[in-house]
Every structure is written in structure tokens, then in C-alpha cells.
Ligand binder design. Sequence first.
Ligand SMILES: Cc1cc2nc3c(=O)[nH]c(=O)nc-3n(C[C@H](O)[C@H](O)[C@H](O)COP(=O)(O)OP(=O)(O)OC[C@H]3O[C@@H](n4cnc5c(N)ncnc54)[C@H](O)[C@@H]3O)c2cc1C
Length: 432
Amino acid sequence: MSSDGRSGPRRIAVIGGGWAGLAAAVRATEHGHRVTLMEMAAHLGGRARSVEHSGRSLDNGQHILVGAYRDTLALMRQVGVDTDAVLYRQPLAIVYPEGDGLRLPSGAPVTAFVRGVLGWTALPWRDRIGLLALALRWRLNGFRCSPSMTVAQLARDCPARAYGELIEPLCVAALNTPAGQASGQVLLTVMRDALFGARGAADLLLPRAPLDDLLPRAAARWLQDRGAQVVCGQRVMRLQATESCVLVDEQAFDQAIVAASASEAARLLAPAAPDWSRDVAAIRYQPIITAWVEAPQARWARPMMALRADAWRPAQFAFDLGALGGPAGLFALVVSGAAAWVEAGTDATRTALLQQWAQAFPAREHGPVRWVASRTEKRATFACSPDLKRSPAAVHPRVRVAGDHVEGPYPATLEGAVRSGLAAADGLHAAA
Ligand SMILES: Cc1cc2nc3c(=O)[nH]c(=O)nc-3n(C[C@H](O)[C@H](O)[C@H](O)COP(=O)(O)OP(=O)(O)OC[C@H]3O[C@@H](n4cnc5c(N)ncnc54)[C@H](O)[C@@H]3O)c2cc1C
């Protein structure tokens, strides 16, 4: 209902143009409302956008999507993105430079997992059976565990090598939180829906176009073509929700979706929802460092490689961007759950990353390597720990919150952000 009491198209403000805000704006427009999207940065996309770095257009951080990202893929297609063209699809493989690791064959998920584990020949037979027994136990328990359990506790019976080369990397890639601090229940949910979900759900979808081309650019065009307003460079300073309207920096709307970062949402909603705001302001974060190097002679068998990470080796994954449509010879190294490396400092991290590269890809085979740039996102995602309290989306009859931090079963991901945006728009649309 609009502020004058009539039903029909409403004026809806969407605050924040990350993937949650874009999803919310598209869905609200689809519902027939008049949408104004306000983004404080000069560009849309939030944490998943392209940025200029050392004179090159690079992504804000290397992103991976998986086949289970149902709503994200549908949204991309809805706004006209050819997902087959911009994403490189491969069955899940956590494979190390020497060529060993878990490779799932394509096919039905459970069979693929069993065949993948049995085919992991570098793992002793006893360990392969131990890993399968553990996965079977998780499945029989309905992928549920005590909410207070960490991933390390959940997987305490896992054979050591399978833990270090599969569970830890999966955990840090999906939850961006080290296994000793990460929520066992959230990892189980991810495994249920990705590894043991629908056919193809576990497939890795690696961007082979800049992040801007995966959604933000096409979504902006789609919105503008349908009469929505997309305003960049406008930081919303004040939101006042009343019984009859929502004032966004003095501009009146019928409803609003706050899809800003968690800290900004907490600030904007402090007057309307003080308890909600306090909980959201208390969220703790985990950083991600992405580093780019040039190694013109390096040749990999696959575009994504797992790396052995420990206290001296920061990166868990590396990507051959040349094989993914980027400049030949450019590689990205990803350090997830990177709090310790942020503390160690930029120089120490750079030295350690170059040493890790040299060890994993010796110069005699892969030629020389040159540092290009690095980027640290200190608040890349929330720390996905068992004690994390996530807050609901409905904060006021006229206001919904969207964003990866909103209550939900998944870690901070593009899919979590998109689903929250769609749900916020649907929720407001359904509100009387
Ligand atoms: C380095 C890195 C790597 C990642 N890797 C992956 C990955 O591999 N796979 C995956 O699924 N996810 C990954 N993520 C997480 C993913 O990027 C996020 O979950 C997702 O982008 C969150 O989207 P969002 O819309 O909820 O929030 P944001 O992207 O934070 O969007 C919020 C937007 O609101 C704007 N804003 C804030 N305050 C205001 C205001 N007052 N007025 C107007 N605008 C405002 C911000 O500028 C921003 O654009 C990664 C994140 C990072 C940083």
C-alpha cells in the first residue's frame, strides 16, 4: 500500500548497491514498484565488484561460485547475463600442484563423492575409508550437529591428511573462518546443499569475466530500462521510519530495503530498531587477502589449484587468470581467514606468498614470478563462528534488511546476499 492508503505501485528505496541490493531492486521492480537504488560508492557491486589496481582492472577479490547458487544464477540470467559465457564450470576439484587431491567426477552427487574419495590415490586406503565413514555419519545424522560445535570438533575423527587437504580448505573457502573457530553446523549445511545436493550443485563456477560483468552492469541496465532510478555516489545518512512512510535523507518512500553493509545498516537503523542495531554492530569479521603475481611461463593443468597453507604459507588457493579469460601469465593467490596475516603486515605477507609460490611452482619448471599487487578486505565476511548471532530481516513494518549478514543458514556468500535481497523485496511486497 502506498502512503496515501491505495494499493498499487509503491515507492521503494533500496539503500546499497551490492549483490543483495541489486537482487532486491530487480525483484521489487519485477513486482511493479517504483524503485530508487542508492549506492554510496561510485560503482555498483559492493564487495563483489571490479576495481582499478596498479593501472589494471582487477576484481575486488577472487570469487568462486558453485552450482548450488540457484538464485544468483537465475538472477544473472534474468538481467541478461549469459552464465555459460561468463562462468567456467568444472566438477569440484581440490587438487594440489603435484596433481593429487580430491576430484569429483560428474554424475549423481553421492556416487560422485564416493568415487572421488576412492579415486584419491595419494590418500592411504584406511584414510579414504575413514573419510567416507565420516561423511556417511554426517549424512545419517541429517547434516546436523550441536550449534556450539566448531568444524575442528565436528571432524575430530577425520584422518589427519584428509582433514588438512580437504576439510580445512573447504571450510576456509566456504566460511572464510579457520576450522578451529568455524561453525560446524554451517559447514554441514553447505556440504548438504553443495556436495550432496542436486546434480551439479558441487560444480565450481569460476568467473571468466570481471565481476562487474557477472551482475552489476547488467542489473543496472535492466533496472534503468524499466524506469528504476540507480544513483551512485550517494551515501544515505539518515533513515526515519514512521507509520505512514519512510524518510530517506528527507525523501519520502512507502517502503525501504536497507542493503548496506552491516555496520552502516546498524547505524541507519539505530533509531528505528535499537536492539537489532546493537546486535548487528557486534558482528565480528574475517579478512581476505588477494594477491596477484605475474609468471609468464607458468603452465597449469587446471585454472584453480589448492595450496598447502600453514603458519608460514598464507594462501589456500591460486587461480590462473590467463586461463579464465584474463591477461596471460597473471595469477591470483587467495588468503582466506587471513586475520593472522593482516596482523603480520603487508611486507611479511608478500614475502611469505612469494616463498610459497616458489616452493609450489619452482622456477626451473614455471619460470620467474613477479609481484603485481595485493588487496586486503578487512571486513570481507562475518566470522562464521558457532556463537555468531544473526539478525532478522524484518525490522519495521515498512523496512526490511538485506545482505549476507542477515539471518540465514549459509555463510557470507553471493548466494546468501542474493537470497536475502529477493526475500526482502518479496516480504515488503506481501506486506499489507
Ligand atoms: C575478497 C572477497 C572474496 C570473496 N569471495 C567470495 C567467494 O568466493 N564466493 C562467494 O560467494 N562470496 C565471496 N565473498 C563474499 C561476497 O562478496 C559477499 O557475501 C557479497 O558480495 C555481499 O553482498 P552484500 O550486498 O550483502 O554486501 P556489500 O557487497 O557489502 O554491499 C553493500 C553496499 O552498500 C553500500 N553502502 C553502505 N552504506 C551505504 C549507505 N549509507 N548509503 C548507500 N550505500 C551504502 C556499500 O558501498 C556496498 O556497495 C567474498 C568477499 C570478499 C571481500
